[in-house]
Write a protein that binds this ligand. Structure first.
Ligand code: EPZ
Length: 429
């Protein structure tokens, strides 16, 4: 298995092009199931999860072509996918594929809306939490689908088609909001989605659906109105920049005391993390090209924060922030409120000399003078990049094992960091 070797202690300087957002690209690819015409997606990041979803959609009969790039062509333009679900040949999403990537469960809504039936494997367990799908099923039931669970599969049926409904979520869920939105787009009549997730990726999916002829109001707010239509048509849409990748490189720059321009990044997508970094003493400048992150020798001030749904502080930046706060001048507190088991990086950061105490859902981080390199183990996507951030500032060499976790959500991470002066390389396993 590949691993990554990092020699710490170099300040990051230069430019990093921000890729398209993984958490927008995945639901946008699934949108292609809603029409028999072709959906063209630009700025799609080259990630393991994107490739796996291409396979899953292919399984249903979606014809996916990738418009490659010539050498040297605009580094941060991502790839262009052409997705055509003219003929859906199979409405089953098998366990061996869904269990590899939870978001593939989201095919259930478009399949039952377009084909009147879907048989989708339950996603199964996950290292960061139990992650049930009850809210997705509640939304499908509200829209008129009959739901049964058989041998680990969800069977959703609506042979007479779906009808608009009021869907009130007991809890805010990004995935369940996507399911409700995509399904309601083809349901007869009006739907109102209440306590909807407000993440920018929801807004991006809604914008694409509107280009395809969907009637949607209020995406990005907690109440979304959808007027169902008979059918959706072809469209072209560019995936929005990845705010989690942006926040990750901002924290890596702050960790090493660097000066980096994040090309294509947009401040409005991550105001809460940027405000927190500013309060810790990081210089943040919005420019026409993106966001400039700078921290010279001045120390980092500790912070106190709880993760929350957008516009709150994202859980997908919690591990990265914890790595940064291991070097703050004082004691920080980070509370994880979204996932019940998202502290797997704590023991690995401790191997680098960090002082972190866990008490239920709150981590107390006592800043230390320095970290020291050591072999560490990646456990999930965001935890793995927090180890990279810590290693960039640690004395000596760190080896990060199981980097396949990183490849799921970070495009060309080593190249992007090496371009800014980091001593980082991938060691083939
Ligand atoms: C999305 O996951 C993201 N994944 C996650 O990013 C992100 O951490 C999460 O939203 C929260 O922002 C993608 O977009 C592909 P949720 P999702 O439904 O939709 C509970 C990453 O690192 N819940 O908003 O699965 C759930 O257990 C990944 O890129 C139910 O109880 O998250 C959790 O506690 C990790 N029942 C909370 O809601 C349900 O039916 C929020 O989960 C659904 C969710």
């Amino acid at each position: 298995m590949d691993r990554i070797r990092i020699r710490g202690g170099r300040a990051l300087k230069g430019e990093i092009p921000i890729s398209g957002a993984k958490n927008a690209a995945l639901p946008l690819m699934i949108v292609s199931l809603l029409t028999e015409e072709t959906l063209v997606l630009d700025n799609v990041p080259q990630l393991a999860d994107v490739m796996l979803l291409q396979r899953i959609l292919g399984n249903h009969g979606v014809d996916v072509t990738v418009a490659g790039k010539r050498a040297g062509e605009g580094e941060n333009s991502g790839q262009t996918l052409q997705l055509s679900a003219k003929n859906i040949v199979d409405t089953t999403a098998p366990y061996h594929l869904v269990s590899k990537m939870r978001a593939s469960f989201w095919v259930i809504g478009p399949l039952v809306a377009r084909m009147g039936e879907a048989r989708v494997s339950m996603p199964g367990g996950c290292s960061i939490g139990t992650r049930p799908v009850d809210l997705h099923l509640d939304a499908l039931k509200a829209l008129g689908a009959a739901i049964d669970i058989e041998e680990g599969y969800v069977l959703a049926r609506a042979k007479q088609g779906l009808r608009g409904a009021r869907i009130h979520f007991q809890k805010t869920s990004v995935g369940a909001t996507h399911t409700a939105l995509l399904t309601a787009a083809l349901a007869r009549g009006e739907s109102v989605i209440e306590n909807a997730a407000q993440e920018p990726e929801i807004g991006d999916v809604a914008a694409c659906l509107q280009k395809m002829g969907a009637k949607i109001e209020g995406a990005g707010t907690s109440t979304i109105r959808v007027q169902g239509v008979e059918r959706l048509h072809a469209a072209r849409h560019a995936v929005l920049p990845d705010r989690i990748e942006t926040g990750t490189y901002a924290m890596a720059t702050a960790m090493t005391g660097g000066d980096v321009m994040l090309l294509g990044a947009r401040t409005e997508l991550l105001e809460a993390p940027l405000q927190l970094l500013a309060s810790a003493g990081v210089e943040i400048t919005k420019t026409n090209e993106g966001i400039r992150i700078k921290r010279d020798g001045a120390g980092l001030a500790p912070v106190e924060v709880s993760t929350a749904p957008f516009p709150g502080f994202p859980t997908d930046l919690q591990a990265q922030l914890m790595a940064l706060m291991t070097r703050a001048r004082g004691t920080s507190k980070i509370t994880e409120t979204i996932f019940e088991n998202r502290f797997m990086h704590v023991q690995e950061l401790a191997r680098l000399g960090a002082r972190i105490h866990l008490d239920g859902e709150t981590a107390t981080i006592e800043g230390v003078e320095k970290l020291k390199g050591a072999p560490v183990m990646a456990t999930d996507l965001r935890a793995s990049v927090s180890l990279v951030i810590a290693a960039l500032a640690a004395e000596g060499e760190t080896i990060v094992h199981r980097v396949y976790h990183l490849d799921r959500g970070f495009e060309r991470l080593e190249q992007k960091l090496a371009r800014c002066g980091a001593a980082i390389e991938r060691v083939a396993g």
